[in-house]
Design a protein around this ligand. Structure first.
Ligand SMILES: Nc1ncnc2c1ncn2[C@@H]1O[C@H](COP(=O)(O)OP(=O)(O)OP(=O)(O)O)[C@@H](O)[C@H]1O
Length: 297
């Protein structure tokens, strides 16, 4: 496996806050990875370490086989788009694009021009006069047209409307198919990106909870609904991730058994099976982690 990103036992503390706690993972070359987690989970901290903007307290952080901190050769292959990007006060959109052209070796001006039209961005407007969504769209243009071998999007779409977000997903997917590269996208809009991401990293309280292919992850759980007694009988002895009770009916999410006859058995038990969305899995896994931590206190 060719890893573009490799972290080994990385810990980062800010005073008495442990933002990352012994984190290890690798990101395969030419994949789109979703970096998911609740507020304060440690996603931005992770991105800052990967882009050499901060140093870990301990552990090893490598991108393209080298440490990113103060490493120009490595960082020239990285495009990092974050929500709170700062620009010089007098910069207009066209100044930002001109700077990007010199900064990113793989910059594609034609692609940038077509994205500018897609997002209806005014070249001559000052960055600090753009609407919140337009400001985010400029970041998205930079992230896509830079075609960097490693592209990191940290919650890139504050203020972007649904149409613009869909444009982002569509353009990313189409361009990625033509120009494969490694993309890591941190987001809270899990359902929206679930068809986009091939691999999931789920972080909570600075610890990695999941590091798995999205497809495998989806197959790992199933929701069983029906009369409570029938659901309980069908799910007996299985690892329960979530339960909702409505009168005499239950809706229970359990780990899959991988048994191909499950659907037929469900039918004979009088219960229904539904696939679990990535968002539900993430919520259940995170909630479970929180309650198991609380009960061990
Ligand atoms: N410079 C800093 N000084 C002190 N604490 C920090 C600093 N940066 C991050 N933290 C803390 O580290 C933890 C992780 O923060 P981080 O910004 O990485 O989370 P996040 O997953 O990106 O959250 P969000 O989804 O809300 O953006 C939080 O508890 C945060 O308060």
């Amino acid at each position: 496996m060719n890893s573009v990103v490799a972290l080994s036992n990385v810990t980062k503390r800010y005073g008495d806050v442990t933002a990352l706690d012994g984190v290890s993972f690798a990101v395969r070359e030419n994949t789109i990875t979703g970096l998911l987690g609740r507020n304060g989970a440690g996603k931005s901290t992770l991105m800052r370490l990967l882009t050499g903007q901060d140093l870990a307290g301990s552990g090893r952080t490598e991108i393209f086989g080298a440490r990113p901190y103060e490493n120009e050769a490595v960082l020239s292959q990285v495009s990092f788009i974050k929500e709170n990007q700062r620009y010089p006060d007098n910069f207009k959109v066209r100044h930002v694009l001109r700077a990007a052209r010199t900064l990113y070796p793989n910059w594609d001006q034609d692609f940038a021009d077509s994205l500018m039209e897609d997002f209806r961005l005014p070249l001559n407007r000052r960055m600090n006069r753009l609407s919140r969504g337009m400001f985010s769209a400029v970041g998205i243009v930079l992230g896509l047209a830079s075609r960097a071998p490693l592209t990191l999007f940290d919650e890139p779409y504050l203020g972007l409307d649904a149409v613009a977000r869909q444009l982002f997903y569509d353009r990313l997917l189409a361009d990625y198919a033509e120009n494969p590269r490694t993309v890591v996208l941190s987001t809270h809009l899990i359902d929206e990106v679930s068809d986009l991401i091939e691999h999931v990293l789920l972080i909570d309280g600075g610890r990695m909870l999941l590091d798995q292919d999205a497809e495998t992850l989806r197959e790992q759980a199933v929701t069983v609904t029906g009369p409570t007694a029938a659901v309980d009988e069908f799910t007996a002895g299985r690892d329960e991730l979530h339960r909702e009770q409505m009168g005499g009916f239950a809706r229970v999410t359990v780990r899959s058994t991988g048994d191909s006859t499950e659907r037929t058995r469900a039918h004979s038990h009088g219960v229904e099976l539904e696939p679990v969305s990535l968002q539900q899995l993430v919520v259940h896994t995170t909630t479970r982690n929180t309650s198991s931590k609380e009960s061990s206190r």
